[in-house]
Design a protein around this ligand. Sequence first.
Ligand SMILES: [Zn+2]
Length: 104
Amino acid sequence: MEVCKKCGLPKDFCVCESISREVQKIVVRVEKRRFKKMVTLVEGINPKDVNIEDVTKKLKERLACGGTGKDAIIELQGDHRKRILPALAAAGFPPESVEVKDND
Ligand SMILES: [Zn+2]
């Protein structure tokens, strides 16, 4: 049986990862790249607590777009500000922990 290193509980009972998701402050913003391509940046997820690759995969599926997750930044192709909240919620991040910047 696998045991969580943080709380010592079996993995099935451990809520460390979901707790850390709740307290994290995630910032979503959009950047214009070369050739006027837009990318949506999701920043502030702690890669020590959360599997960024896993979250990136879920967001890409949900938003039907390309993207990469590296270190603490997820980069999604296109402007997804209008749909990012439910997509993040589906990946385990409640909307109240997410700030969507209006910067265009
Ligand atoms: Zn734990």
